[in-house]
Design a binder for this molecule. Structure first.
Ligand code: ADP
Ligand code: GLC
Length: 491
């Protein structure tokens, strides 16, 4: 099975969120199953800042974007520890910028940038020696690939028989642009209609992918059900309903080469389930030093790591902190938030840290190493998302013996089992789950977690149990492989 993975970010080259973790790990897992996988992504400035071996291929593409032809140099690298070739689409005007998609606001020419990327990927695929069976497109940034494959590139021998799969990592980010950007796509205006590329007068990249792909998947079974109706479908539920097939939901995995407490180079003392207490204590000491505290706080450490946007329920965390850190007991826990995103949320969090310095730390910024240290050092990880297609922070938490408190939505509902007398008896309890999207419900779930934490032996047993769970990519990769096989077999 030859697979071309088209993704706008991938670890270790460039990352803003979970998509990068997926695009950096799934190809290697598929390769282990015998697939021949190639990844294509943009050559952002960030890609060159990591000291990764990147070389020119000598291949230059002239990619049509509207009336002009943009010159693309194709660079080449590999996913570390694998044979997976990574092609980087280099065009300085589009990608040599400080951020991937924008700073605060989206770059105004994102339509053009990702038209260039998608079309560049097709031009490249069309020139490679061996045809691809599957072109696997991730999120809106690759959403035009399926229509290119069916129209402008339908006759190119290397891709004429390729099947396309569109994977939705987040239905709320659709890549919608003003209609005149149609001119940049090189596609006929006839496709700009409400059943294909148009969405309330705008050009919609994700919708296009969902309409033209041979198969559609998303990153958990529950999210697959949530997006076929409002509000989860974000207006595209009808598009999914109009497809002859259903959306396949495949839960993401954990890349054990980067997220493994036994080998993690970002933590001071690697640990396993047998010595988690020592490993977590060492991480706690290192974290305290990093935050400028004289010594680690003996109270349970409750963390939040993620994009500071409303999707992540960070407002609930703010309210919770305001109540719990501010109450007369002086707070039963210490809170730590690591994140970056919405400026107003960032400020509100910083104000909370300034008001309750004895109980709250806030680190604004994107810091991969610190995210690992926080996972290792914490006792409890809050993931109170409004919606969550899959979520990786709760999976990393489980691997690091940090008990997740999550809202029952999307992939969170599929990966965390609430603690009840029954689930404890059956040995499957792995966290604390709440339903209503409000901070009181979150607080009640956290109360249950803190109560459980006060039972030392019970907590240690739970930590050891969740650390033993297997969330490796192998399982998910097998499910993708069956989806590929079923898609290839389509007429
Ligand atoms: P999403 O993709 O919606 O942001 P996920 O839970 O799938 O959510 O993935 C988030 C990824 O981004 C995880 O690898 C998490 O550790 C990482 N991450 C989020 N915010 C930060 C941050 N401020 N610093 C470092 N890593 C972060
Ligand atoms: C998206 C989703 C997140 C998911 C990630 C990787 O960013 O918000 O839930 O884990 O993609 O699939």
């Amino acid at each position: 099975m030859r697979v071309l993975m088209v993704a706008s970010e991938a670890v270790p080259f460039a990352k803003t969120g979970g998509l990068a973790d997926v695009a950096g790990a799934l190809p290697t897992a598929l390769a282990r199953l015998g697939c021949d996988v190639t990844l294509v992504m943009p050559a952002y400035r960030e890609v060159f800042s990591k000291g990764l071996p990147i070389k020119p291929t000598g291949m230059t593409l002239e990619v049509p974007v509207g009336q002009r032809r943009a010159t693309v140099h194709v660079l080449e690298s590999r996913l570390p520890g694998s044979d997976v070739t990574v092609y980087l689409i280099a065009n300085d005007a589009c990608f040599d910028r400080p951020n991937l998609y924008g700073a605060g606001q989206d770059y105004p020419d994102n339509a053009e940038r990702f038209i260039l990327f998608s079309r560049g990927a097709m031009e490249l695929a069309g020139r490679l020696a061996h045809p691809f069976d599957i072109i696997h497109c991730h999120d809106w940034q690759a959403g035009l690939v399926p229509i290119y494959r069916r129209t402008l590139y339908a006759d190119w021998p290397a891709i004429a028989r390729s099947k396309t799969i569109q994977t939705i990592h987040n239905m709320a980010y659709q890549g919608t642009f003003w209609h005149w950007d149609m001119l940049l796509t090189g596609l006929d205006w006839k496709y700009f209609n409400w059943q294909q590329m148009e969405f309330y007068g705008q050009l919609n990249f994700l919708k296009t992918g969902l309409v033209f792909a041979d198969a559609v998947s998303t990153v958990s079974p529950t999210y697959a059900r949530e997006i076929i109706e409002p509000p989860g479908g974000c207006g595209l539920e009808g598009v999914l309903a109009g497809r002859p097939d259903s959306v396949t939901g495949i839960v993401n995995g954990i890349d054990a080469s980067s997220w493994n407490p036994r080998t993690d180079r970002h933590i001071p003392r690697p640990y396993g389930e047998e010595d988690f207490a020592d490993g977590k204590y060492a991480a706690r000491v290192a974290l305290a030093a990093r935050l400028g505290h004289a010594a680690p706080d003996p109270r349970p450490l409750v963390a939040f790591v993620g994009r500071l946007v409303s999707q992540k329920g960070v407002n609930l965390v703010l309210e919770l902190i305001g109540r719990m850190a501010g109450n007369h007991e002086g707070g039963r826990a210490r809170f730590l938030v690591l994140g970056t995103g919405d400026g107003e949320i960032e400020h509100a969090l910083q104000r909370a840290a300034a008001t309750f310095p004895e109980s709250v730390d806030v680190v604004i910024g994107f810091d991969e190493g610190l995210a690992h240290l926080v996972q290792a050092a914490s006792d409890i990880m809050l993931v109170p998302s409004l919606y969550e297609p899959c979520g990786l922070t709760q999976l990393y938490a489980l691997a690091y013996g940090t008990i997740p408190v999550v809202r029952a939505t999307g992939g969170l509902a599929d990966t965390v089992v609430d603690t009840t007398p029954d689930t404890v008896r059956d040995g499957v309890a792995s966290g604390f789950v709440f339903e209503p999207f409000d901070s009181l419900a979150l607080e009640q779930a956290l109360d249950r977690a803190l109560e459980a934490h006060s039972d030392r032996d019970g907590w240690a047993a739970m930590v050891r149990r969740v650390m033993r769970q297997d969330w490796s990519w192998d399982h998910a990769a097998r499910e993708y492989l069956s989806l590929y096989r079923a898609t290839v077999a389509q007429l």
